[in-house]
Ligand binder design. Structure first.
Ligand SMILES: N[C@H](CCC[C@H](N)C(=O)O)C(=O)O
Length: 282
């Protein structure tokens, strides 16, 4: 049966991997079935997120950018994906500007190339009010204590980078119950839109290790917005300085946050792995 041929580019940022689609010349409105196929690591291409580059919705940005998790859910932020997008638009001749601005469903980001394989993203001001996360709490606090299904208390920090994050401090990320606690928090009624769950090990005031159990995807090798949220929470807890190296399973990210009402800067890698084409029935 004749189908549609869909060109894509396979990319990753510190091991968080993407299928990137160019919708700047013609619209791309993927069905859930197509998203699942693109993300499927056996029956399809395989990725953590699908990124769709679109023409700007207004003159204040250069591109719009849609983000779909592997489960097909559309979300408003992907930090590692924004670095991949910055590389993508340069490599595909869609822009030769040294700095570009992109709009997602929840945020406007500014991206700049640092060197041949590194990009810096201004991820905007973290949102800390519970209603902005969204997170059900009476008032804003640096720390919250959740009661888990088993009755156990759990201390967390919460922040939104345009997507929701919960941060849990652990002694050793290699020993943390990432999948068990990650799933428990994602199903917790305190997070009406689920949540990305970060496990933060503080090694020094300027160096941490991090694992993230992502919403709509599961554990990834890196989570850019998760690294930002972890540094924001770590600083609110008085544990971290302004510039922090975040060591994740797939590499390293540099995060800088001067403090409240300031934007978070994230610097990290973006790589192109291959160009591909997949046939899909109309
Ligand atoms: N799973 C996230 C989206 C991808 C974020 C992550 N890949 C990043 O680099 O920020 C969410 O549902 O909000």
């Amino acid at each position: 049966m004749a189908g549609m041929k869909l060109q894509f580019t396979k990319m990753h940022g510190a091991g968080n991997d993407f299928v990137v689609i160019d919708a700047t010349r013609r619209p791309f409105s993927p069905t859930p079935a197509l998203l699942h196929r693109l993300a499927d690591r056996r029956f399809g291409v395989g990725c953590d997120q699908i990124l769709v580059v679109e023409p700007p919705s207004a003159g204040d940005v250069d591109f719009n950018y849609r983000i779909f998790n592997a489960d097909g859910s559309e979300v408003g932020q992907c930090g590692n994906g924004s670095r991949a997008l910055a590389r993508y638009v340069r490599e595909h001749g869609l822009s030769d500007k040294p700095r570009i601005r992109v709009r997602t469903a929840t945020s406007v980001l500014e991206l700049a190339q640092v060197d041949a394989s590194h990009y810096c993203v201004d991820m905007g001001v973290p949102r800390l009010e519970p209603a902005q996360i969204p997170f059900k709490a009476a008032a804003r606090a640096a720390r919250y204590t959740l009661t888990l299904d088993n009755g156990e208390p759990l201390e967390i920090g919460v922040a939104s980078m345009g997507n929701p994050h919960a941060v849990i401090r652990v002694e050793d990320v290699d020993l943390a119950p990432v999948h068990e606690l990650g799933r428990a928090l994602q199903q917790h009624p305190a997070f009406p839109q689920s949540v990305n769950v970060g496990f933060l090990q503080v090694q020094a005031r300027d160096r941490v290790r991090l694992r993230v159990y992502e919403r709509g995807t599961g554990e990834t090798l890196a989570c850019g917005s998760g690294a930002c949220a972890a540094v924001v929470v770590g600083r609110l807890w008085g544990l971290l300085d302004e510039k922090v190296k975040v060591v994740v399973r797939g590499g390293e990210l540099e995060i800088q946050w001067p403090g409240e009402n300031q934007t978070v800067l994230m610097t990290g890698p973006a790589e192109t792995v291959f160009e591909g084409e997949i046939e899909w029935p109309n």
